[in-house]
Structure formats: C-alpha cells, structure tokens
Design a binder for this molecule. Structure first.
Ligand code: FAD
Length: 322
C-alpha cells in the first residue's frame, strides 16, 4: 500500500485549493475527488449553479462548472493526482491513517477533509428544473440575491430558522417584498433574529406565511409563483412571486468520520483550534463547508482549503515529513 504525505478528500473550492497549496509545497497530494457521494459530484456544489458573480477575479461572472474546471486545472498543473471515486471508509485510529474507496486503499500521514455540505431542497420536480436553468430558484440568497432578476420583485424564502431570517432580511435590500413561508406558526430562529424579522414585518418589507408548505413551484422558464398548502386547514392557494430561496438548512457530508471526529448539533465537523483547520485528531484537518455552517461561500471554502494545506504542511514538517 502506498503511503501518501497528504490525502485530500473532496474537490470543491476547499479541496482543490488545498491541493494547489499542498502541491506547490512539494507534498505531492492525492485527491479523492468524489463520484456521487452526498449527492455531489467532482467540483462540488458549484457544479449545480449557472452564474457565480461574487468570486473575486471574475468581474463579468463565471459559470460554476467553468470556475471549478479552472481550480482543477491549476491543481493538476502543480502535480495533484486525482482519483475519481468516493471515499468509502477511513481509519484514523492508526498511523499512518487509512483512506479507502471501493477500488483503492492508501495510507496517509495527513488527511484534509473537504467533503462539503449539500443544500436541502424540497425535491419538487419544477423546483429542481428551475434551479438548474437559473429560473429564479436558489438555495443561496447571498450568492444569487443581488442578481438583476430579483430587483424590486416579490420573493419567497422557505424556512423558519436563523438562516431563513438572515437570508430573508438580506433579500429585502433588493426585493419589493419578501414572504417567509414556514410550516409552523412560530419561528425556530433565536430571539435577536426574530426581533430583526418582526422589525421588517412592521416596515412592510417582510411578511410571514404561517403553517404553510410549498407543494408546487409554478412557472416555465422562470418562477411565477408557489402553490401553498396550509398544514392546519389543508387549504391550497397560489402566491405569486418572482424568486424562491430555500433556507431549510444544509446536510454536511460527515457520516464517514463519525467514529473519529466530533460534530456539532447540526452535524458539521468541530474544529479543535479556533481560526485553524485542526480537528481533534492530530494530522486530520477540515476545510470548507464541512466545518462551516455560518459562511458557506466559495471564497471562504477556498480560503480554508489554503489554511488546511498550510496547517498540514507545518504539522508534517514538525514530524520530519517534507
Ligand atoms: C446552487 C448553489 C449555488 C451557489 N452559488 C454560490 C455563489 O454564487 N457564490 C459562492 O461563493 N458560493 C455559492 N454557493 C456555495 C458554494 O458552492 C459552497 O460554499 C462551496 O462549494 C463549498 O465548497 P467546499 O469545497 O467546502 O465543498 P463542496 O463544494 O460541497 O464540495 C465537496 C466535495 O467533496 C466531495 N465529496 C463528498 N463526499 C465525498 C466522499 N465520500 N469521497 C470523496 N469526495 C467526496 C464532493 O464530490 C465534492 O467534490 C452555492 C451553492 C449552491 C448549492
């Protein structure tokens, strides 16, 4: 079995940035770039989006797949080796660690986990179709909310937690009005968030739609409305809107590591040192959305991928592995 200096698991912005930095530090990284684990594909979440308009360096915007191809080409240029497979098991109880996919098994002195998270969707047919064609359905208000198509329009946000309020309030900067659709008649969000929400409601910029779920998304080339069902009365009605934002949380891809690494109450990996990518297992580092339920942006994921490679490089050097 080969013993690698560093194995990177995942090929989104965090994983590929870690590969670029590790390769340039002569660590000869091996990247398991994934296949279809966690509903993702090589390149990560951005492979499912059309325009990325907030990543620095692309003043005209760039499509998600184009951007991730550029990340991968750069990692490849410096010598990253890729295995197009999902990691199916790890053993962090021995050293070197073991990382396995269905076809490969390698030993690794250091491992960088960058397996990301996936947005939770309602999984309605027209929701998925419109999200794919950039038809006004999104799982990230911060990423897409400033697009001209949403300006001065009526938008809906689905959810009742902190993220839903955060995203809804953010959208009020651009939208005419934001409806918050929640399946209960009380928010899950914390007190401070609720106060922000109700301030916007008083100002007429937001409006709650309680006890309601979306049962269909309307529109052909772009969304024209949502069909709602009141969960108490079963009554259905259509609410016209020009944009829908999902904020029903994300599922981090951490199942694989649960025997070795602690997660927070939402399932994200816990980091051992604030501001670093160290986990509680020395030599295992975590970068990107898999350990971040707060920021969840390509640029923050890439930044933490860089930190993870630097952390791994220093940790290996301290042990004479260079
Ligand atoms: C539709 C959509 C649009 C978005 N638009 C923007 C935007 O415009 N701007 C912005 O900044 N952010 C945007 N985001 C958020 C951004 O995509 C994420 O913050 C970023 O991709 C996180 O990067 P990551 O590397 O941590 O993980 P991910 O991109 O989630 O990548 C995870 C990687 O891990 C791999 N993987 C998972 N499990 C395994 C396994 N068992 N074995 C091997 N590999 C595995 C996957 O295949 C994937 O390659 C968007 C997100 C979505 C869903």
């Amino acid at each position: 079995m080969n013993t690698e200096k560093v194995v990177v698991i995942g090929s989104g912005p965090a994983g590929l940035t870690a590969c670029i930095y590790a390769a340039r530090a002569n660590l000869n990284p091996l990247c398991f770039e994934g296949f279809n684990a966690g509903g993702l594909i090589p390149g990560g979440q951005l492979m499912f989006t059309t325009e990325v308009e907030n990543y620095p360096g692309f003043p005209e915007g760039v499509t998600g797949p184009q951007m991730m191809k550029a990340f991968r080409d750069q990692a490849d240029r410096f010598g990253t080796r890729f295995i197009r497979d999902d990691v199916s098991a790890v053993d962090f109880s021995r050293r070197p660690f073991i990382v396995k996919s269905p076809d490969e098994s390698v030993e690794a002195h250091a491992v960088i986990i960058a397996t990301g998270a996936r947005a939770n969707w309602l999984n309605l047919e027209n929701e998925q179709r419109l999200a794919k064609i950039g038809g006004g359905v999104s799982a990230c208000a911060v990423c897409d909310g400033a697009m001209p198509m949403y300006r001065d329009q009526e938008l809906v946000v689905i959810g009742g937690g902190d993220s839903a309020i955060e995203e809804g309030v953010y959208l009020t900067k651009f939208a005419k009005k934001v409806y918050l659709i929640h399946r209960r008649d009380q928010l899950r969000a914390g007190k401070a968030m609720q106060e922000r929400f109700f301030k916007h409601v008083e100002q007429g910029r937001m409006e709650p739609v309680w006890n309601s779920i979306v049962i269909d998304v309307l529109g052909d080339q772009s969304i024209t409305g949502v069909r709602l069902k009141n969960v108490k009365t079963n009554e259905q009605r259509d609410l016209l809107c020009q944009g829908m934002f999902l904020a029903i949380s994300h599922t981090p891809n951490t199942e694989l590591f649960k025997d070795y690494l602690a997660t927070d109450e939402k399932g994200y990996l816990k980091l051992a040192r604030l501001g670093s990518t160290y986990t509680a297992v020395e030599g295992v580092f975590a970068a990107g959305d898999v350990a971040d339920h707060v920021y969840r942006q390509a640029v923050t994921a890439a930044g933490s991928g860089c930190i993870a490679a630097l952390d791994a490089e220093r940790w290996l050097a301290e042990r004479g592995i260079e």
